[in-house]
Ligand binder design. Sequence first.
Ligand code: BGC
Length: 411
Amino acid sequence: MYLKRITTALAMTAALPVLSAQATDLEVTHWWTSGGEAAAVAEFAKAFDATGNKWVDGAIAGGGGTARPIMVSRLIGGDPMGAFQFNTGRQAEELIEAGLLRDLTDVAEANGWKDIIYPSSLLDACTVDGRIYCAPVNIHSWQWLWLSNGAFEKAGVPVPANWDEFVAAADALRDAGLQPLALGGQSWQSAGAFNVLMVALAGPDALVDIYGNKNAELAGGEEMARVFKAAADARSMAEGSSVQDWNQATNMVVTDQAGGQIMGDWAQGEFAVAGKVAGKDYTCLPGLGVNELIDTGGDAFYFPVIDDPEIKAAQDELANLMVSPEVQVSFNLKKGSLPIRGDIDLAAANDCMKKGLEILAAGNTLPSTTQLNTEDTNNQLNDLFVEFFNDNSITPEDAQARFVDIVSSAE
Ligand code: BGC
């Protein structure tokens, strides 16, 4: 449905020119434009250039919600890039169905991906009808609260150990002239924060049942009503947070202007480039300090069908390189994400990454919303929650009723 909408929009614009790439130049599109993200993607580029090929960087600013429709338009308009980032999960379903993406099964088999990639759900998320269409590059989980130790010191209250303590500290933060909760305006940030609250307060099974099984009764029930009330608390704590991009919101925590931010562990890359130390300058609470869990979403690269043997060879090389142990270490340390293989040494990981690795090793994981929901459903959730977080007149009850409608009609 999502693809059809974009096709219709495209039909109304002039046809796009066909890309004429040089043999080993590979244009790679992604939405990694923050400081931490740029540092991480530079590791991919460096490793790829070292093979004699050339990484042609196709960064698209504005986040995934802006970048994905642009990428889809190019693909269906006959102007494919050499490779592109999507979230691990269902976002590429329709592109695969339309035959626009390469089947990488031979590459995966020749290089033993089935034995290497851990957890196996990452490769499952790349698999359609038994064929593998993407190379997962990391595990990025959403379930984190990032707290500024300096902000709590200024407010004269201890750094919270869980969500309830954070809510209780909101007044002290406000009295000290600080923003309790930093939240940017991009719609996916509001939906993401809500989903994190859901896992912390209603448990992981609720998220899996609602999004995986489309359980509308659960979505409309008492347990979820409590999550909607907590979201209203978060809304009042976020009032006055007038930034747009997620990393601007992270920056408010990095610079002690805000108490905390609910954000995926890509936030770690921002603390790292700012030279901040986990445990000393900031605190990370997986599962909001309530439910120590992480989802196994993240990023994966797809390779469009391009009828050129040299491009194909460069695509194969890039796919393998991204999964290789050396690149997994250099990329993920900068990105703040966890590697997609269990056989590598991440001794240099900071305290927060170590917590993530422990949670992963203990198997306390759940699937991500990009694995459970279609892009269409996630976009509807984004619309609902950005409205809710921006408009105090929408009651938790009204929002819950709309939530039930979205879940009921989800595919
Ligand atoms: C991606 C991360 C990225 C974040 C913010 C997420 O969808 O998985 O890699 O850092 O968006 O741009």
